[in-house]
Design a protein. Structure first.
Length: 110
């Protein structure tokens, strides 16, 4: 059984710096919403699969972020750690409409 999701406006695209992140507190934990240099937007849990480092505080490069604790590189499209590291950060659906960033969180109240 899947939990219902709801799209929630979390702000304007311009409020997230290019190659930066914004943290959104949700019922399922903190979610880091990243904006790449090309304005692509990604959302993953704000916790590195290695030792829980805050990915939102990492360095964004391309469509990846480097964890500030132990330099694990996490692919923002898949959530997967780059080899030789193994692990995955949970991904969340995110989209941009008319300059607004919308996030979908499973189990969000309607």
């Amino acid at each position: 059984m899947t939990q219902a999701s709801r799209w929630t406006v979390i702000g304007q695209l311009g409020e997230i710096p290019r190659q930066g992140a914004r943290v959104v507190a949700t019922a399922v934990g903190d979610i880091a919403v990243f904006r790449a240099l090309d304005d692509s937007v990604f959302a993953v849990e704000d916790s590195c699969p290695h030792k829980g480092g805050k990915l939102s505080q990492g360095i964004v490069h391309g469509h990846a972020v480097t964890c500030p604790l132990h330099s694990w590189v996490i692919d923002l499209q898949s959530g997967e750690a780059a080899a030789p590291d193994v692990g995955c950060a949970r991904r969340f659906a995110v989209r941009v409409e008319d300059g607004r960033v919308l996030l979908s969180v499973p189990g969000a109240a309607s």
